[in-house]
Design a protein around this ligand. Structure first.
Ligand code: IFM
Length: 448
């Protein structure tokens, strides 16, 4: 019989982010964020919606925390909205904003649920973007000021912080491809922008160390394995090079203190890598968060300047199942990604900060039988266990998402939640997967 490796202090959580679930977009003194602005541009969001109301977690958090308790969760990952704390990106704190996070985290603690706070989950104040956003080095310092303020004010309530969520994703989607806020298509900015983002992480770590020294600090990556679309040498090279800029470019400065030399050789004139910056960026962190969904396939592509390589978003593996947003169900990615961190990137303590799938959930008279989601979690958790059997120090697992919510450019069409939300009435209903998840936790990770 396989020994179950989950200890009593293993974190079983649900994961969300501010713009996706809070709502109250203009309430409580919140300033405009880049997502508030982006959603208003015609054609940006597939169903023409926005996060103005979404789940209204801002007002319904007490009920939602009761549901977390029902599900046996001992942790909750949320993000703090920078523009709720500093409506114009700097200056005096918005008291209503910080009070909301104080009340919410107090409630979590009273229910024995550990608050895990992400400081940047993609909703930058528009005022900071107006000054250049991540393309302006100064933003790294604005971000660390905000971090110092929040971690100081929340004090003992929060003892686990994630600086940035998926830096490689929000930068590429928002500033290179323009499909996320702020909707910019400027490939030339990639290197300097990414350096500013890494610097923001580093300075935020220092800020938390000085304002909330009790707290553990890490950041969350989505670092999907990248396979060649065919076994030709050119596609293999394409997989290697896309892995460099999607994964290694982000992970290695933080964990190894350097950018991958293969890419630097191609783009060196574009970036100055200051020794002092690297010391800040690569200072020790306490854990790495991994957001794990699927793998990707790359092809040689002559239309891409310099790199001649790209991810093929239409690649389909014969016989594989795909989720509603077109991601391959590939549970092995869980073990594979975790072991890559163990073997190549200094074996950090790992929390799975996101894992889950978008499905076409059908609400039939208040019953949501999402058995495919249960199968998904079983298979991914089996792989998680395998990685732990091989010695990976995994300390927690957060289902994404706790609630159905606003799924960025997809609007409300892609449901990821354990808890169904009716976006007309805001009624919450536990899906079958939520009940399964509760029982799985109850049995220490054993439920089949
Ligand atoms: O919902 C997002 C989340 O905000 C960031 N990681 C990927 C998820 C699924 O797309």
């Amino acid at each position: 019989m396989t020994v179950i490796p989950f200890t009593k202090d293993f974190l079983w959580g649900g994961s969300t982010s501010a713009y996706q679930v809070e709502g109250a977009a203009g309430g409580g003194g919140k300033g405009e964020s880049i997502w508030d602005r982006f959603c208003r541009k015609p054609g940006t969001i597939k169903d023409g919606t926005n996060g103005d109301v979404t789940c209204n977690f801002y007002q319904m958090f007490r009920d939602d925390i009761s549901l977390m308790k029902t599900l046996n969760l001992n942790a909750f990952r949320f993000s703090i909205s920078w523009s709720r704390i500093l409506p114009s990106g700097k200056g005096k704190v918005n008291q209503d904003g910080i009070d909301f996070y104080k009340k919410m985290t107090d409630r979590l603690l009273s229910q024995g649920i550990k608050p895990v706070a992400t400081l940047y989950h993609w909703d930058m104040p528009q005022a900071v973007e107006d000054k250049g956003g991540w393309r302006n080095r100064d933003t790294a310092f604005r971000f660390s000021e905000y971090t110092a303020m929040v971690s100081g004010l929340l004090g003992e309530r929060v003892n686990m912080y994630i600086t940035l969520n998926e830096p490689g994703m929000f930068s590429t989607l928002g500033y290179i491809l323009g499909v996320h806020a702020p909707g910019i298509k400027d490939p030339a900015c990639f290197m300097e922008m990414s350096h500013t983002i890494n610097l923001a992480h580093g300075h935020a770590v220092s800020a938390i160390r000085s304002e909330a020294s009790h707290a553990a600090v890490g950041l969350a990556f989505q670092a999907p394995p990248i396979y060649p679309a065919t076994d030709t040498e050119k596609d293999q090279e394409a997989a290697r090079i896309t892995d460099c800029f999607i994964n290694r470019w982000w992970v290695e400065p933080v964990l190894l203190g350097r950018y991958p030399s293969e890419l630097l050789a191609t783009i060196a004139p574009l970036i100055e890598t200051d020794e002092k910056d690297m010391t800040v960026i690569s200072q020790p962190i306490d854990f790495v968060g991994l957001n794990i969904y699927t793998r990707l396939f790359a092809r040689h592509d002559t239309s891409v300047p310099k790199f001649q390589a790209a991810i093929d978003p239409h690649y389909r593996v014969k016989g594989s199942r795909y989720t509603e947003n077109g991601w391959e169900v590939y549970p092995e990615v869980m073990c594979e990604s975790i072991l890559r961190f163990k073997n190549q990137w200094k074996n950090p303590v790992i929390y799975i900060t996101e894992n889950g799938c978008a499905l076409n959930d059908i609400n039939k008279d208040g019953e949501i039988n999402d058995s495919l989601r249960i199968d998904f979690y079983k298979a991914y958790l089996d792989n998680l266990k395998q990685s732990m059997h091989q010695g990976a120090p995994v300390k927690g697992f957060f289902a994404r998402s706790l609630l159905d919510g606003f799924e960025w450019e997809e609007g409300y069409q892609k449901r990821f939640g354990l808890i169904h939300v009716d976006f007309k009435t805001l009624k919450r209903t536990l899906k079958y997967s939520a009940i399964w998840f509760k029982e799985m936790i109850e049995s220490g990770g054993q439920a089949r």
